[in-house]
Design a protein around this ligand. Sequence first.
Ligand code: MLT
Length: 236
Amino acid sequence: MKVDVVISADHIKKGELQGKVAVVIDMLRATSVMVTALDNGAKKVVPFLTVEEAFDYSKQHDGEVILGGERKALKIEGFDFSNSPLEYKREFVEGKTLAITTSNGTRAIKGCDGASHIFIAAMLNARAICKKLKSLNEDVVIVNSGTMGQFSMDDFICAGYLIDTLINDNPKIELSDIAITAKYIYENNKDIDSFIKNARHYNILKSLGLDGDLHYCMKKDIIDNTPEYIDGEITI
Ligand code: MLT
């Protein structure tokens, strides 16, 4: 098995994911929201690139859909929930479809077309994802959502944690230079907060008073699901 890392949704090269397993990360916060909503009983998550598409879908599936996501890290007018994973409690999401649009995370997922599988990962479910990757034993590309086409420290260290977990179980995995670097960053910063507190997006969320989200999204392996995006829908 080979493992590579792509640093943002805008860095996925044409054909690069063909026949490989893609693992999409947006730990702050889109993939943390998806993993949490599904863990709390959401029937499925349907990602959209635009607010309009999400509204249209919700109108077509009246009563079954909750609308979630963000623009500039804030709740979208007319939506039910923001992009805070802490809002996606069982009492609100159980049995519902979450239609979601976010600035980077949903774009990264949509950008993975052509991959043999597309999994949704965060710190929260990293170990479960690694177990799944091990059982598939195919080449893997970890796709970091990044921030508006830019590298982001938070997704990179999360990729490092995934790689560290994978390799501890299977030392024969072949890592690209960037995958080795991500692993090195994690190994030397196991206390995630002390590393990502310098990240731009971390500080945006902090300035909005979203410390609870930050704290939650940094938790390792508290959820055991492996959400997969197939034909426009994410289910577990
Ligand atoms: C995104 O998709 O860009 C993020 O999840 C932004 C956020 O933290 O709300």
